[in-house]
Structures are given as structure tokens and as C-alpha cells.
Design a protein around this ligand. Structure first.
Ligand SMILES: [Zn+2]
Ligand SMILES: [Zn+2]
Length: 393
């Protein structure tokens, strides 16, 4: 989880949008829109083409400085509208299919992190952004319909200042909201800020489960193991983390892959008290082999730790008849308190990472990520890296 506050209003990045209307010597009226920014916060923006009635209909391609802007041929004309990021350099997004809200570092994410739906990026505008575009177009109509030339300034600094305050909001107001898990996708390098823990990267549609495990959970577990015992709770937590990680992948498989309801049931109800049967279910239903490359000895050890997790969680760590019957553990006697060592705790952590990698690979063979987006954004971040930039994001 990110350590920044959750669900806090994140103000607009601010700036000033200036609409300059002028009439040339032949009496033809024209206008120019410019955007300036001088607040000490990140600010990025994208541009949309909108109908004068205020409906955005396509993303505007901004060429380099000096290159001509291609205006789409629409009867009645179109307006170009700048939509800026929040003060953390992220854009709010809203899914048209599940209504989920998140923030992303790019102007054109194509996937919902929650339901995985793929859509043209304009479909992911938030209601706040859509309302801003409509208000901007109304302002454009107003200044163009008046006979007076001149400059009209939209003060987005006032919009930025109003975020999170209990004051009346200024015109053009919209703000974003911090979510719960802000992560930089390990595959494409772009930033997502999502509700909950697990989700797809909205840029390349890689599921973040493996990344959450390896970058956040495992370092924490290793530090706790190294800080000393008792080690039983670390084994319990490692297996629990693996269980919830697998749960995330399975929910997505069940939701996105066509299968019979019997198969859905079996997958959804799998329990990791018994590693062998859960492994068999995933192999049989999805052809995903959690144990690929894992020795029989390691598999037996992992199976034992999965049984023990149940004892630590529900039996106070004391061996009961069911544990002995299910696990076949001959090294302990009925009523004995189980103990773990730093070595066994590290070993199970290693094994859950290896099984998670197998699961992640198998999952994305079935639900492929957007390889083109991964290549494109990697190239961008390599370029930024080689020119001394801070990388993508
Ligand atoms: Zn969605
Ligand atoms: Zn990504």
C-alpha cells in the first residue's frame, strides 16, 4: 500500500488558459488558446477535440513545437480543449463499464484496472473532466459570439486552490482523488493509483499481483524473519499472502475465461489448506502448473507448510488429529506445539515466489497483456533514462 493519505482530494495542477480573440484587416475573426503554468507542481496535459456543444469526440495529436495542428473536418467547427493533470502529474480516469475510478500517469490508458475492459481513451474521461470540457466550450461560444476582441483568462490556479476546501467551488472546477495503491507497473513503467491492492495496469493490462508480492510483501516478510522469531507467524503470513494472491488471479480467470459453471465452482472454491489439490485444480481447469520447475522435495515441504498454516491460523499452532491425517507429518505428535525456524520461513517465502511466477506467466498466456504498450513505454523510459531524465511516470 502507498503511504500517502487515501481518498484525499488532489488538486488540479493549476495554470492559466488564455483565449485570445482577434479580427484581422479583412474582418475575419480568429482565436488562439494558450496554456501557461508556473506552480511548483508537476503538470502535464492532453488535448481533446470537442464539438461546440461541448462533447469531446477525439484525442488531439499534439505535434512538436512549430508543427501544424491537424484540425478534424467537422461541419460547424471544433474546439481544441486542454485537459490538465492533477498536481501529482496524474490524470483521473473513470471506467464506462464498471464505473471504477483510478488515476494514471499517461493521457491515453486503454484498460480498466478493475474489470480489464479495453476502450478508446476518451471513454475513460471522468465526469469532472467531461464537465470541464463542456464549460470550456460554452466559454468559447460566448467569447466568439460577442463582437468584442480581447483576452479571456480561465484561472485554473483558483481551481487548484479550491481542492479539498469547504468553499464554494470556482467555475471550471474539478479535482482528482488519491486512491489506495499507487504503483509503477514493472512491465511498462507507468504509474497507476487504484482502489484496493490488486488490479491491471491501465496502460499495458499486466495484472499487478506478482509485482505486489515481490516488491512489497516479500521484502517485508524477509525483514521480519531476519529480525528474529518466533517464526510461526511468518510461515502463516507467507501462505496467507499466497492464498490471497492466487485468489486475485483466479477471480479474473473465472470472470474473463469462458468455462462451465462446474469448473467455475471448483476453481472459486479451491482452498490452499491442501496445496496438492489446489495445484491439480488449476492444472486441470486452466493448464497452469504452479509447480513447474519445483523439485518433489520442495513441493512436499510447501504442502506441509500449507497444512501448518491452517494449524497456526485456527488451532493456536497445536497439532490435532486432522493435521496429522491430512499432512502425513510424522515428525510431530498429537498435542505438540509446532515450531518453525528462520530457514523454513525463508524457504516457504522462496517457494511462494516461484509458484507465483508460474501462476503469473500462465495467467498472461491466457489473458495476454498489451505487448505493444509494454514495448512502446519501455522505449520511452529508456530514452528518458539515457538522456538523464527521471524515467517514465
Ligand atoms: Zn471497469
Ligand atoms: Zn503496465
Amino acid at each position: 500500500m502507498s503511504e500517502r493519505p487515501e481518498f484525499e482530494a488532489v488538486g488540479h495542477c493549476g495554470g492559466r488558459v488564455t483565449i485570445r480573440v482577434l479580427t484581422d484587416e479583412r474582418g475575419r475573426r480568429g482565436y488562439q488558446v494558450t496554456w501557461s503554468h508556473c506552480r511548483p507542481v508537476p503538470a502535464v496535459m492532453f488535448c481533446v477535440w470537442a464539438l461546440p456543444s461541448g462533447i469531446p469526440f477525439c484525442l488531439a495529436e499534439l505535434g512538436g513545437i512549430g508543427s501544424p495542428v491537424k484540425v478534424p473536418p467537422v461541419p460547424g467547427g471544433v474546439f481544441q480543449v486542454f485537459v490538465s493533470s492533477d498536481s501529482e502529474g496524474l490524470f483521473g480516469r473513470c471506467c464506462p463499464a464498471c464505473n471504477g475510478y483510478w488515476r494514471a500517469s499517461v493521457r491515453d490508458p486503454q484498460f480498466c484496472p478493475y474489470c480489464g475492459v479495453s476502450a478508446p481513451t476518451l471513454n475513460f474521461l471522468t465526469p469532472g473532466q467531461v464537465s470541464y470540457v463542456a464549460q470550456f466550450c460554452a466559454k468559447m461560444r460566448e467569447v466568439l459570439e460577442s463582437d468584442v476582441d480581447g483576452e479571456h483568462v480561465i484561472d485554473m490556479d483558483a481551481v487548484a486552490d479550491a481542492a479539498g476546501r469547504e468553499t464554494e467551488k470556482p467555475p471550471f472546477y474539478y479535482a482528482e482523488e488519491s486512491q489506495q495503491n499507487r504503483f509503477t507497473c514493472a512491465e511498462c513503467g507507468e504509474v497507476n493509483d487504484i482502489l484496493g491492492r490488486f488490479g491491471y495496469c491501465s496502460v499495458c493490462s499486466t495484472w499487478n499481483g506478482l509485482q505486489e508480492l515481490t516488491e512489497k510483501v516479500v521484502p517485508g516478510l524477509r525483514a521480519r524473519i531476519n529480525s528474529g522469531g518466533p517464526h510461526e507467524s511468518y510461515v502463516r503470513d507467507a501462505v496467507s499472502e499466497f492464498d490471497s494472491l492466487v485468489g486475485g488471479y483466479v477471480v479474473e480467470l473465472v470472470r474473463r475465461v469462458g468455462m462451465s459453471s462446474a469448473r467455475k465452482n471448483r476453481l472459486s472454491k479451491r482452498t490452499f489448506q491442501n496445496l496438492k489439490s489446489a495445484v491439480a485444480d488449476l492444472r486441470e481447469a486452466m493448464d497452469i502448473d504452479l509447480l513447474e520447475g519445483i523439485s518433489v522435495d520442495d513441493m512436499e515441504f510447501a504442502g506441509l507448510m500449507f497444512h501448518r498454516r491452517h494449524v497456526y491460523e485456527h488451532k493456536g499452532g497445536v497439532v490435532d488429529e486432522k493435521y496429522i491425517a491430512d499432512s502425513g507429518d510424522k515428525s510431530v505428535r498429537l498435542g505438540q506445539a509446532l515450531h518453525e525456524s528462520a530457514e523454513s520461513a525463508h524457504r516457504i517465502v522462496n517457494l511462494i515466489v516461484r509458484m507465483a511466477r508460474n501462476l503469473h506467466r500462465g495467467f498472461h498466456e491466457i489473458v495476454p497483456p498489451n505487448e505493444e504498450a509494454i514495448r512502446f513505454h519501455k522505449r520511452l523510459s529508456n530514452r528518458a533514462g539515457s538522456s538523464g531524465g527521471a524515467g517514465a511516470g
